[in-house]
Design a protein around this ligand. Structure first.
Ligand code: DI6
Ligand code: FE
Length: 410
């Protein structure tokens, strides 16, 4: 049994609440890998008198962050495209010329297993230093049965080795690969008849995602992919209404998706459908910033009763950053989410977007003892300033997975 005392502010992020469950002058207790108690330090029960005691030194403690949307494994870079966009070539024009996502597909197919793994490990390490303890990880740069399976097997290995928990998602429906340019239906059939069954047979993915967009897949193509996913017991996620309103949000509601992600261009009907069906709206403000778009209308979604998560969209093109802290700060500054709403978005709501119902993303008794200690006295102080490295310590399943050194221990 371990007690972390002298917490300046504790954010418990109750799963079904709407606030961050803030408690000043708090303590947190865990036994092996699960939280057993969280509350005001003055009310810590006597049964913890003999527990090992640690001090948070008056700092903020939050649930381990959950990044519920990343394209974790890829090879190469898109620096050329970055410069082209600065010079005025739009993202989709780069893609039409065979750059964009397809450039990363070529580099990823050509990369060795070691190179792919090293890149993914680097990114996970950077995320750990940001307090991220659970990471959703998509495929989508392989686009052949073998290449998609290769990345999912890498995710399985990374999850088994830890320290972070990995939630794998098949995104074979990211774009139509060049070898199927003249046979879109053939590629959709490859996904439904071969890739999804192979992935399900090995238990390699929790979700199937589809990029629903004029430049990617139509709603009907997505319906076929989701039908195959459902038949094999896999959940649904969508890249929806990112670059235009293609009815992606309504489609997410129709197929019972766990989340609809992006939504910069979502319609009022789409917002209503998400709220009614309990589909989590995932905001990806780094991609919005990079592509120079108007942000997802978080206030309208929240006011309509929808749940809003916040994630990085980490990928080499539209969101080349693994900083979930940056995404939270953008959610506050550009989307008018309060610090409490933003933090919930990267904890309890992100866990909901991944259908994790074991308490992940909150710090209630029974939840995994996954948390981060921030070098700030309160949530508002942390998120009102953008700092690259605000985290002092990251704990996963009760064990310190990373820390800045001895500063956090009493
Ligand atoms: N939307 C995105 O933001 C990423 N994929 C997608 O469907 C972009 C991926 C990339 O540009 O490589
Ligand atoms: Fe994405």
């Amino acid at each position: 049994m371990t007690v972390l005392a002298d917490i300046g502010q504790l954010a418990t992020c109750p799963r079904d609440g709407r606030d961050a469950g803030l408690i000043d002058h708090a303590a947190l207790a865990w036994d092996a890998s699960r939280v057993v108690w969280a509350g005001p330090e003055a009310e810590l029960p006597d049964r913890f008198a003999d527990a090992e005691r640690q001090s948070a030194g008056g700092r903020l403690v939050i649930p381990g962050l959950v990044d519920c949307h990343t394209h974790l494994a890829f090879a190469g870079d898109r620096a050329d495209e970055f410069v082209e966009r600065i010079r005025g070539t739009p993202y989709l024009e780069v893609a039409r010329r065979g750059g964009g996502i397809l450039k990363t597909v070529r580099a990823t197919r050509a990369a060795s297993d070691d190179v792919l793994e090293a890149g993914a490990r680097d990114r996970l390490g950077a995320m750990l230093r940001q307090g991220v303890t659970t990471v959703e990880a998509k495929t989508g740069y392989g686009l052949t049965t073998a290449d998609e399976l290769r990345v999912l097997r890498l995710y399985r290995r990374l999850g088994e080795e830890g320290p972070q928990r990995i939630v794998p998602t098949l995104l074979a429906a990211h774009v139509v690969p060049p070898e199927f340019a003249a046979d879109r239906a053939g590629y959709v059939r490859l996904i439904t008849d071969e890739i999804v069954p192979a992935v399900a047979a090995e238990g390699l993915a929790a979700f199937v995602d589809v990029f629903v967009e004029d430049s990617a897949f139509t709603a009907d193509e997505a319906r076929a992919v989701f039908a195959a996913a459902r038949a094999h017991g896999l959940g649904a996620k969508l890249h929806a209404d990112q670059l235009s309103d293609t009815g992606g949000a309504a489609l997410a509601a129709e197929v019972g998706a766990a989340s609809a992600d992006h939504l910069e261009c979502v319609s009022d009907d789409g917002i209503r459908a998400l709220a009614e069906r309990g589909v989590v709206a995932v905001s990806l403000p780094i991609a919005t910033l990079v592509l120079g778009q108007e942000p997802l209308p978080a206030r309208r979604l929240l006011d309509a009763g929808a749940r809003v998560a916040v994630a990085t969209d980490l990928n080499p093109g539209s969101a080349p950053s693994s900083s979930l802290g940056l995404a939270l700060w953008l959610a506050c500054t550009r989307q008018r989410m309060t610090p409490e709403e933003a933090l919930r978005g990267a904890t309890a709501e992100a866990a909901r977007a991944l259908r994790l119902d074991d308490g992940t993303g909150s710090l209630a008794p029974g939840a995994p003892a996954d948390f981060a200690v921030l070098d700030a006295p309160s949530l508002d102080v942390w998120l009102s300033t953008w700092r690259a490295e605000p985290v002092a310590r990251t704990v996963i399943a009760g064990e310190t997975a990373w820390s800045t050194g001895a500063r956090h221990e009493a």
